[in-house]
Design a binder for this molecule. Sequence first.
Ligand code: NAP
Length: 274
Amino acid sequence: MSILNETYELEGGVLIPKIALGTWQISTPQAVHPTEFALKNGYIHIDTAHGYANAKGIREGIKASRVKREDIFITSKVRGESKTYNEAMSDIHDQLEDLDTDYLDLMLIHCPTPWRFFNHKPTRPHFYKENIEVWRAMSEAKEQGLIRTLGVSNFNVDDLEHLIEATGVKPAVNQIRFSIGHTQPEIVAFCQENGILVEAYSSLGTGSLLKNEDIQKIADKYNKTVAQVAYRYPVQKGMVILPKSVHDKYILENADIDFEIEAEDMAFLDSLDL
Ligand SMILES: NC(=O)c1ccc[n+]([C@@H]2O[C@H](COP(=O)([O-])OP(=O)(O)OC[C@H]3O[C@@H](n4cnc5c(N)ncnc54)[C@H](OP(=O)(O)O)[C@@H]3O)[C@@H](O)[C@H]2O)c1
């Protein structure tokens, strides 16, 4: 079985494919072709967000691929700026309409703060109460059958602890920046101890890892590219990956990662601080 068909099991038995096509920084017209091409070539998971403003392009790509809706896993996100019940509900309905779908497989709170406040410093402002309101809207939408699973993104341990304590529910996933040399160990450990699946974004450092000579040496050993090693690394940590490309060649390359990085090479990659 290709890794494109491999899944993790979330609460309620929902199966989430290990690889999603990332779609950040792809405009609506630009989104049509990569979505169609990825789906025609075995991808079954698309990662978008209200904030990416490309849902109508993804919709057209899905239609053009002729893959059935029920065979695709769609993740979207409530905007970081939406911190009230009404704003969150409005984002959910916008995404359903723009994607022309009756349900979303996974909906995330995109950011624990409005983006202008976001960083990982302990001094940054908190929006614990507001996130509970967003969660309430998402939970209602789930009860109405509009969303299958709920999660978060960019949450620190304290953001997660407050949400879990207030709602009694653990988010199914936390989508965070995770790449070789940028591994956020405290958040990852908390998620793994609490059964929260980690989704790794920007595994190429949005392109910055591609010229790294240390990773190139490992890639040469396996006859793979730096990108393939960088995407394989989080998969071997039990994470979902979200490779983004508008190029057919890279969309194929990024999913051709059915190989195993040996333990000593994983340890070497773990030791890199980039
Ligand atoms: N939750 C969040 O806050 C958040 C934040 C960032 C990202 N994300 C999600 O994670 C996805 C991935 O993150 P990212 O967009 O930062 O990207 P990334 O995976 O780190 O890197 C993508 C960049 O590398 C290029 N690329 C892709 N495959 C390549 C390959 N095999 N060889 C050479 N270059 C390659 C792409 O360019 P071309 O397109 O020109 O090929 C793109 O510029 C996003 O699209 C989004 O879905 C979520």
